[in-house]
Design a protein around this ligand. Structure first.
Ligand code: XBP
Ligand code: MG
Length: 248
């Protein structure tokens, strides 16, 4: 039986509520700064999240708007401008302290240090957003903590496509059965499963009621009591090793 060698984390919704408190707010600030009429409210953004990738989400949205350019090329150019501005607004929000890690995230990442468990990221978001967010979540030494970072630039085929997970495994030099993915969305779960990883779901606000069939376990967050038999009161390495062994 393969031992657990790595945890592969999704970012948005999993490490922090970046969608509700970060990207959505940043999209609205970008619309306003660029003099554009659209605003994405809290509830409506949940439906927009069915499209993975902020740029792709914008494109899909603009195609439904009567007051957006009729020409597809013009819409794509506009989406690029909005998306770039959104990422700058996201970085500003993070710098203002607007995004906190979800419960248990920092604890689990800290616990992996020196335990022989590799940490990786498999995300649909761009690298610039990681560079903005991770120092706030994990401190200035965060690049030393992660053995592989796979972002939108590396994996253009976005979740639910398994590409981002396949690349993460390749960079870690491990087999799918040696890792657990930690995700918050149905698309993330599908991507991880299609790449052959067991997947633990921590529910985020926008996917609280989603169907997570196929997940190894579904919890509210990493500080919640595991639902699989183990002695740990929360998701720690011992609990994850037990979950992993039960899946193997
Ligand atoms: C995250 C996304 C991203 C973010 C915004 O999905 O879909 O698009 O919403 O980031 P996941 P960008 O958590 O499944 O990886 O604007 O950089 O795309
Ligand atoms: Mg996510």
């Amino acid at each position: 039986m393969a031992a657990l060698r790595a945890l592969v984390f999704d970012v948005d919704g999993t490490l922090a509520e970046t969608e509700r408190d970060g990207h959505r707010v940043a999209f609205n600030r970008a619309f306003a700064a660029l003099g554009l009429p659209w605003r994405w409210d809290d509830a409506g953004y949940g439906a927009l999240l069915r499209v993975a990738g902020g740029y792709e989400r914008l494109l899909a949205f603009l195609a439904t708007q009567a007051d957006a350019p009729a020409d597809a090329g013009e819409r794509a150019a506009l989406a690029r401008v909005i998306h770039q501005r959104k990422n700058a607004e996201f970085a500003a929000l993070v710098a203002q302290g607007g995004i906190a890690p979800r419960p248990g995230v920092r604890r689990l990442v800290d616990a992996c240090a020196g335990q022989g468990i590799l940490l990786a990221v498999a995300t649909t978001t761009g690298r610039a957003n990681l560079d903005a967010l991770f120092p706030h979540l994990f401190g200035a030494d965060w690049p030393q903590r992660f053995a592989a970072l796979v972002c939108a630039e590396d994996a253009p085929d976005k979740k639910p496509d398994p590409q981002v997970y396949a690349i993460a495994l390749q960079r870690l030099g491990i087999a799918p059965g040696e890792a657990i993915a930690i995700e918050d969305s149905p698309a993330g779960l599908a991507a991880a499963r299609a790449a052959g990883l067991a997947c633990l779901i921590t529910r985020s606000v926008y996917f609280a009621g989603a169907d997570f069939s196929g997940a190894a376990a579904v919890l509210d967050d990493l500080d919640a009591a595991p639902v699989w038999p183990c002695a740990s009161p929360r998701v720690d390495l011992q609990a994850l090793r037990t979950l992993h062994a039960a899946r193997a």
